[in-house]
Ligand binder design. Structure first.
Ligand code: NAI
Length: 425
């Protein structure tokens, strides 16, 4: 793929560049951000199709910002390395200078990063989440005109808030047959009253931690978002009937947050009541019910607050309703710090062919603009993407989707698709 030639893009050149015309975003004591007109935004190109889709996103975002603000605002893009490219250039898959720069810059965006299997390599995505405490993964799922597997996909407009730091992803596991598993089993049976029938000798155990602090900060973020964006129906999900100490507690803590002074008058929790002007309604829904409802009547929900594992399932199911993860953006958000990213993986099977769909990272770029407070520029991107679907033009996966439902469509390459979007901005 050709390198980006725009004058506001600074690729990594032996080290991270520090363009004098850019300014860092500031993190305020209340964890809000102050965004200059020329913010430095670090980007990680990503592995596999990353070098194709990331330049496409930058091109589209640049065009939207330029058209909206006529040169008074401009992003200064600075490349930071992670993944295969970082390993090749520095010998380290996640260099310290990447972490340091991201910390200075507060907000960034990334393409997909692969996790090599069986080499004892830990996921960079998890390392980034931990380093910046990105405790909420925010996944807006909305239809923009693309071919979908369901009728009336305009009914889908839901934002999944997936808790990002708790739950079975903690990696505390004891494999069947190990001394550790034996020890934990004995402890549970002898000291904690667990029944032997539930813990046969060959048992393997995964620990599922869930804490009040982590749940509540996540729920606050989701409720604030719902209130700020005028979304009405918020569900907190979980199998609280089965896992009372974790998912049940998560649901209870969510309702405790609704009672806090910040939310008390604005969050309706009575199942019979309707939310008024400036209010949202918080409901409890069992996870399996939510999965069914999202398919049968997706219009019922505006925001879903989920634990880590349930959020993983629910966000992928919701994305599938509107065509798959290739069509949805994602943001990892903590206390001010945010890293936006494509939701799909590295797609090595199509890498280098110029056919990857750049929409997920492009819409993540638009979501990032919203986060910066540059909403009009984000709107321009949404509207231009909608027009590409109206005109039935897109990467081969989009064109094939249209053909499957009996509509003709024009297939274009990744960079041509970026141009098609730019032409409609
Ligand atoms: P994948 O998303 O890379 O690929 C699944 C299928 O979807 C492939 O057939 C691929 O060609 C297609 N696909 C994915 N993105 C596409 C796009 N933009 N346009 C057109 N087709 C697209 O999932 P897979 O194979 O499970 O994962 C590959 C690697 O990516 C793994 O190492 C995994 O850990 C990593 N990964 C990274 C993520 C991230 O950085 N956030 C998220 C998911 C996976």
């Amino acid at each position: 793929m050709q390198a980006l030639k725009a004058d506001n893009v600074y690729p990594w050149e032996g080290k991270i560049q520090r363009p004098p015309e850019g300014e860092f975003i500031k993190l305020n004591p209340d964890k809000s951000i102050s965004v200059p007109d020329n913010p430095i935004i670090p980007y990680i190109e990503g592995d596999g199709i990353g070098p194709e889709i990331t330049p496409a996103m930058i091109k589209v975002v640049n065009s939207a910002v330029e058209k909206t603000y006529g040169g008074t605002k401009k992003i200064i893009w600075v490349e930071i390395l992670a993944g295969d490219k970082a390993e090749e250039k520095t010998g380290d898959r996640l260099p310290q200078e990447t972490l340091d720069f991201l910390k200075e810059a507060i907000v960034g965006i990334k393409g997909p990063l692969g996790t090599p299997v069986g080499k004892g390599v830990r996921s960079i995505n998890s390392a980034l989440r931990r380093a910046f405490d990105f405790y909420s993964a925010v996944r807006p799922v909305y239809w923009m005109g693309q071919p979908t597997p369901i009728p009336n996909p305009e009914r889908v407009d839901v934002v999944v808030f997936r808790e990002n730091t708790d739950d079975v992803y903690a990696g505390i596991e004891f494999f069947s047959g190990t001394e550790e598993a034996k020890k934990v089993r004995e402890f549970l049976i002898k000291e904690m009253g667990a029944k032997e029938s539930g813990f046969p000798e060959d048992v393997g155990i995964t620990v599922k931690p869930m804490s009040e602090f982590k749940t509540k900060r996540h729920v606050r973020k989701a409720l604030r978002y719902a209130l700020e964006t005028g979304r009405k129906n918020v569900a907190v999900i979980g199998k609280g009937n089965i896992m009372k100490a974790t998912e049940g507690a998560f649901i209870n803590w969510a309702f405790e947050v609704a009672e806090e002074p910040e939310f008390k008058d604005r969050v309706v929790t009575d199942p019979e009541a309707e939310p008024g002007e400036g209010q949202v309604k918080l409901s409890k829904v069992i996870t399996d019910q939510m999965l069914m409802q999202l398919v049968l009547r997706p219009e019922a929900w505006d925001v879903v607050i989920a634990q880590n594992l349930n959020g993983d399932y629910v966000s992928d199911l919701a994305a599938s309703l509107i065509g798959g993860p290739g069509f949805v953006p994602s943001g990892n958000i903590g206390d001010g710090y945010a890293l936006f990213e494509s939701t799909h993986g590295t797609a090595w099977d199509i890498a280098g062919k110029g056919i990857a769909n750049p929409l997920s990272i492009t819409l993540s770029g638009a979501m990032m603009l919203e986060y910066l407070g540059w909403k009009s520029a984000a709107e321009r991107i949404y509207s231009a993407v909608r027009k590409t679907f109206e005109d039935r033009v897109g990467t081969p996966d989009v064109a094939e989707g249209f053909k499957r439902i009996g509509m003709d469509a024009k297939a274009v390459s990744t960079s041509e698709y970026a141009d098609e979007i730019v032409n409609r901005i």
